[in-house]
Design a protein around this ligand. Structure first.
Ligand code: ADP
Length: 456
């Protein structure tokens, strides 16, 4: 089959759907192709946290923040390797992206919070579980407006180039070849390569071998976009920077089962029951520290402040009671009982919690350099959940400019080709802040859609 439209979007995750909606809002007809049988990509598996500074929610909570502070933390948190002009686009447009999503009916909670490795309370949390709020919002827009078609089970295999311009996509559907002609442009939004062990091993320079490490990613995160882009001479940046989290499910590597509700109210202890890191630090810092602990295994410890009731849910739509029943979390009426259940030294665990509680009271930085605190861990029941390192995000990818146009190896724009989301590189440097991916895909997806819709 052959289709002709204005804008073709490759990938139906958060970046691709943002681009599709934005292109449509800018007057284009759009076709989205998604190789999996459903939309959603990694967004649908995520905890949903979106960093945006300068939000009235922060003002209401008395949190000081600004896009400039968000910029600085993002730039420095990636070891100043990210492209400052792209970071500025991200941090200046993150809150407007929240408003854009709200204009389409999306709901966020009133409270912002600090997400793992997010360094600051600016994460906006959708009112519906996981990333469903984002995907449902885009899906509703698509349902309610003519002019966006979604082809599932359709995998892009090649970009079509004519006279040095990208003019379409060759794809494979369930019934054979699909040709998609794009009058205006093609948006590459095919995600990263966290689920592709071969590519991970090929590019990884930040970690010991990752072959045995599992991933939080959906199975479609195989880096197809790199091959598509390579064939049109796109430039790549930062492929060696791969993000791990210290927060993988010990069995599956997934984010699910994570009992933390935010950075401030939990500590990590190793198999001896001792703390070992600033739990408010960067993701790479925490994961490296975890890798040095016995079996690279840790327990997240929280108390009733995080779960006022047994049916309180974590960020992954699981109640604490449900996790306990499944043997994925443990509960104790005292720290001693909890320590026994998880097999750590009770004296060490009690000491760790006592020291933490003193630090909460004292404020400032504790012995590990931790500065993010809220409540003490002093109210039963106490809970523990085991976690291991897991591959989460690939910071590198195709190089883009501020308009989300893809650049070639000589720094020139590749006409007709745009990219957004995890397939791109150069924004997050060596280490992406938690909560910045959902901001990135909304901001740059939106820009890519607008740029691609503009008739050249
Ligand atoms: P992002 O966060 O940047 O949106 P995701 O990984 O969440 O990235 O989403 C990317 C989407 O692109 C996934 O749904 C994935 O299945 C899809 N995808 C990956 N490769 C292809 C391809 N070759 N053709 C079509 N869709 C693809």
């Amino acid at each position: 089959v052959e289709y002709t439209t204005d804008v073709v979007v490759i990938g139906g995750g958060g970046a691709g759907l943002a681009a599709a909606v934005s292109a449509h809002q800018n007057g284009a007809e759009v076709i989205v192709i998604e190789k999996m049988p459903r939309l959603g990509g990694n967004t649908i598996l995520s905890g949903g946290a979106l960093n945006a500074a300068g939000s009235p929610r922060q003002v209401a909570q008395g949190i000081e923040d600004s896009p400039d502070k968000h910029f600085t933390q993002t730039y420095e948190g990636g070891d100043k390797v990210g492209n400052p002009s792209l970071i500025k686009v991200l941090t200046d447009n993150a809150y407007p992206a929240v408003e854009w999503l709200e204009s389409m009916g999306m709901k966020f909670n009133d409270e912002v919070f600090t997400v793992l490795g997010g360094l600051w309370p600016r994460a906006h949390k959708p009112s519906t579980p996981l990333g469903t709020g984002f995907i449902d919002t885009y899906q509703n827009y698509i349902n309610e407006n003519d002019g966006i078609e979604v082809l599932l089970d359709t995998e892009a295999v090649e970009l079509i180039v004519e006279n040095d311009k990208v003019v379409g996509v060759k794809a494979k559907g369930l019934k054979g070849d699909v040709i998609l002609n794009a009058n205006n442009g093609v948006v590459l939004a095919s995600g990263g390569f966290g689920a592709n062990i071969e590519l991970r091993d090929k590019y990884n320079e930040s970690w010991p071998a990752l072959t045995e490490i599992k991933t939080t990613n959906h199975p479609g995160a195989t880096g197809d976009g790199l091959l598509l882009a390579e064939a049109v001479d796109a430039n790549f940046v930062g492929l060696e920077h791969i993000q791990l989290l210290p927060m993988g499910d010990p069995v599956s590597g997934s984010l699910s089962g994570n009992i933390e509700q935010g950075v401030e109210n939990r500590i990590f202890v190793n198999k001896d029951g001792n703390r070992f890191v600033d739990e408010g630090a960067r993701r790479d810092v925490m994961t490296k520290a975890l890798m040095e602990q016995q079996d690279a295994y840790m327990w997240v410890i929280v108390d009733k402040h995080s779960y006022p009731t047994g049916d309180t849910k974590n960020n992954f739509n699981e109640s604490i009671d449900e996790l306990i029943e499944q043997g994925r979390a443990f509960k104790g009426d005292t720290l001693e009982e909890l320590a026994e259940k998880i097999g750590v030294d009770p004296t060490n665990l009690i000491n760790a919690v006592n020291e933490f509680n003193k630090a909460v009271e004292a404020g400032g930085a504790d012995a590990f350099g931790r500065t993010l605190f809220a409540d003490k861990i002093d109210t039963a029941p106490f809970y523990a959940g085991g976690r291991v390192p897991t591959v989460h995000h690939t910071m590198g990818g195709v190089e883009i400019n501020e308009n989300a146009q893809v650049l070639d190896k000589n720094g020139n724009v590749i006409p007709g080709l745009y990219a957004a989301g995890e397939v791109t590189g150069g924004i997050h440097g060596t280490n992406r802040l938690g909560g910045n991916a959902l901001a990135d895909i909304a901001v740059f997806g939106r820009i890519a859609g607008e740029s691609a819709a503009a008739k050249k």
